[in-house]
Design a protein around this ligand. Structure first.
Ligand code: COA
Length: 187
């Protein structure tokens, strides 16, 4: 989209409680701050683990125009991605998705998966743009509904996945039909 600046992606750290809670709609959260389910506790855990190099848990913010515009976390914090409504539709999700992938790749992970409700079109579009595809089981569910995701009950959890392996620059593109004979060369 033209006129949209690339957001800055940074790891969540000290002092980020309020923004984590705001992005999780904490204002309407009826839980006490002492309740382990309260977003403040989730934020505290994310911040604590982000300081621990051994930890597999991380969270990232996208900052656009000096404002915290979005969040993504690793799977152990729910793996959620949320972009502030006023920043949606600018491709910010893609930058957050890449930040998490880079971390997972550095951890040695070779694939990643996300769980998305069938009715969450914005999320499915964002992950599709980022190169994710439905896993076999989810693709079968969609196929069983005439190949139309809109026909799948909206609260069905679908799985999208993506390889984290980087293709080697000099190696030829992987062929789906590995055993197929090489095509004859044409002059
Ligand atoms: C899903 C979400 C993170 C996508 O973030 P984003 O930065 O807006 O993503 P993109 O800019 O790549 O847009 C993704 C899709 O959102 C839709 N979209 C575009 N502009 C929009 C707007 N102003 N408001 C809402 N949705 C919009 C479009 O369908 C777009 O897909 P398209 O590019 O194929 O048209 C965001 O919509 C969100 O926070 N949703 C609520 C939380 C949520 O559902 N999280 C995912 C849980 S799995």
């Amino acid at each position: 989209m033209s006129g949209v600046q690339k957001p800055v992606i940074r790891t969540i750290g000290d002092g980020d409680y309020d923004d984590v809670c705001r992005l999780n709609n904490a204002d309407s959260c009826p839980l006490s701050k002492n309740d382990p389910r309260h977003p403040y506790n989730a934020a505290a855990r994310i911040i604590e683990e982000s300081h621990d190099p051994q930890s597999q848990g991380r969270g990232w913010f996208a900052v656009a125009g000096g404002e915290v515009a979005g969040i993504i976390t690793t799977e152990n914090f729910g793996g959620g991605i949320i972009v502030d409504p006023k920043f949606r539709g600018q491709g910010i999700a893609g930058h957050l998705i890449r930040a998490r992938e880079e971390f997972l790749r550095a951890q040695g992970q070779t694939t990643t998966q996300v769980h998305i409700l069938a009715g969450n079109t914005a999320s499915i579009h964002a992950f599709t743009k980022a190169g994710y595809a439905f896993d076999k089981k989810s693709a079968d569910v969609i196929a069983a509904h005439g190949g139309d995701r809109a026909q799948v009950p909206q609260n069905t959890v679908l799985v999208m996945e993506r390889s984290l392996e980087t293709p080697k620059p000099d190696s030829p593109r992987q062929s789906v039909h590995k055993s197929a004979p090489a095509a004859p060369k044409t002059p």
